[in-house]
Design a protein around this ligand. Structure first.
Ligand SMILES: NC(=O)c1ccc[n+]([C@@H]2O[C@H](COP(=O)([O-])OP(=O)(O)OC[C@H]3O[C@@H](n4cnc5c(N)ncnc54)[C@H](OP(=O)(O)O)[C@@H]3O)[C@@H](O)[C@H]2O)c1
Length: 279
């Protein structure tokens, strides 16, 4: 699918590296067909050339952008405006533009480019670095289903992908974009409880991680509703019931629902601020 395509990354940070590594590990593109550019950090480009064998010559930045079939935007949201202003004359409507930049809409990217190149917007998460991202993707106005499939193929190299409407991407950000941090917080809290209950920290951690993995696999492999699985392991007046009652008394469910709604709202607020400050 990508065999004959040239890909150019604009931005060479952690997320660019995760996507690059995924694409190369899954062999969906050859290192020589990938170029990577940034604003000024030449040491970082040398590191990526050394580690991945990709093309990253600061002197060839313009031609790398001009010759690319696919441009991947991977700079911080605050840098999108200046980055696209700087390179818009090197881009054309036949290039596919894929963005991993949080909060920047496909229409805003099109307006900065000044033409109708197809734009696909994505929201991966940090687990991309180990190939286990949960990524939401959506298509901009001029992107076709074929463009979407191509982007999906790229992001499946760093985990699983769900296709959503652009209006749902803030909810994806609030759920799976920020989600790893919620799980880390859960692990911290379970660990604190386990230590108080008398376990060594490292023993608690091992047990918690295996419990998380086991529960996730149970959900995936049985396909059962989480409430049904929960009920199956909850005997009346047993230990699980006692623990769950305590969670309910602290409004566990309400806390998590509010967490996801607030993070979704914050994603909308940040997106609006970014579009406002640049228009
Ligand atoms: N990290 C995550 O888990 C995650 C998850 C979802 C989405 N994202 C999105 O991914 C994007 C990148 O995040 P990151 O963590 O990889 O950031 P990062 O490590 O700070 O990297 C940002 C990169 O952008 C480059 N850059 C800045 N201005 C540029 C310009 N004008 N032209 C070309 N490149 C430019 C920087 O180059 P210099 O170093 O030379 O300045 C740097 O290589 C963000 O928009 C973020 O919203 C990240």
């Amino acid at each position: 699918m990508l065999a004959d395509k040239k890909v150019c990354f604009l931005g060479a940070g952690a997320m660019a590296e995760a996507v690059l590594a995924g694409m190369l590990n899954k062999r969906i593109v050859k290192p020589g067909a990938v170029s990577i550019t940034n604003r000024s950090d030449r040491f970082r480009l040398d590191e990526l050339v050394y580690n991945f064998g990709v093309v990253a010559d600061a002197n060839q930045k313009d031609s790398s952008i001009q010759d690319a079939d696919i441009l991947i935007l991977a700079m911080k949201p605050k840098d999108v405006h200046s980055a696209l202003e700087e390179i818009r004359h090197l881009t054309n409507p036949n290039q596919l533009v894929i963005s991993v930049v949080a909060g920047i809409t496909t229409s805003f990217i099109s307006s900065l480019l000044g033409h109708h190149a197809p734009v696909i917007r994505t929201m991966p998460n940090t687990s991309a670095t180990i190939g286990l991202s949960a990524t939401g993707i959506c298509q901009g106005e001029t992107a076709t289903d074929e463009h979407l499939e191509l982007a999906k193929h790229i992001f499946e190299s760093i985990g699983m992908v769900v296709v959503v409407e652009e209006g749902q991407l803030d909810a994806v950000t609030g759920l799976s974009g920020s989600g790893p941090a919620y799980i880390y917080y859960l692990v911290e809290a379970m660990q604190a409880g386990a230590v108080k209950a008398g376990l060594e920290e490292h023993t608690a951690r091992e047990l918690i991680l295996q419990t998380l993995i086991g529960a996730a696999h149970m959900l995936i492999e049985t396909g059962e509703d989480p409430a049904a699985l929960r009920e199956k392991v909850t005997s009346p007046n047993g230990t699980t019931q006692a623990g769950l009652d305590k969670l309910r008394s602290y409004q566990f469910e309400e806390a998590l629902v509010s967490c996801i709604l607030r993070a979704t709202e914050r994603s909308k607020e940040l997106g609006a601020l970014l579009s406002e400050s640049k228009s």
